[in-house]
Ligand binder design. Structure first.
Ligand code: HEC
Length: 140
């Protein structure tokens, strides 16, 4: 090879190396990017959520309806003030199955035979208090 040919070859090799290097860094950047998923949403401290946000993020609205006025799956929650004190309501949300004895709940069981009110005992009591206040303040 003549000297100029060596230079051309060297420059080509350099370009090739730079190209490969760039490809590689792009790929590892992509890998570092966290997949967009629920976790970022869930990391948002529930402490900062309003009762309305809690009621939708915990799925209450999924059963009781967007306005919590009841659906085919679950009863209207606009009347809870008639039935519950704040403490009782919080206890109920933590452990609904221990409040099934009353006639109202026997009727619910007949009306919504395939749906169960889930227990929210894994939720911070403060949050449940927020929800309870919200439900107890709701207009009929
Ligand atoms: C899977 C559906 C479902 C979800 C989710 C759900 N509920 Fe219920 N809820 C029910 C059903 C069904 C009943 C009727 C009682 C029963 O059958 O267990 C009920 C009953 C209740 C009652 C008692 C109503 C009364 O007349 O005293 C309250 C209060 C209540 N739910 C609040 C909530 C809140 C607050 C949330 C969210 C934190 C929630 N529910 C999430 C299905 C659901």
């Amino acid at each position: 090879m003549t000297k100029p040919q060596i230079w051309v070859a060297a420059v080509l090799v350099l370009f090739l190396l730079l190209f490969l290097l760039e490809e590689n860094t792009n790929r590892s950047d992509e890998q570092k990017k966290p997949a967009p998923n629920m976790s970022t949403q869930m990391q948002q401290s529930s402490q900062s959520k309003t009762a309305e946000q809690l009621v939708s993020s915990l799925g209450c609205t999924g059963c009781h309806g967007a306005d919590l006025a009841g659906t085919k799956m679950a009863p209207n929650l606009h009347k809870v003030k008639e039935f519950w004190s704040r403490d009782k309501l919080i206890n109920y949300l933590r452990n609904p199955s221990s409040f099934m004895a009353s006639d109202r709940f026997k009727n619910y069981k007949a009306q919504y035979p395939s749906v169960m009110m889930p227990s929210f005992s894994n939720i911070d009591v403060k949050e449940l208090g927020k929800i309870a206040d919200y439900l107890l303040e709701m207009k009929k």
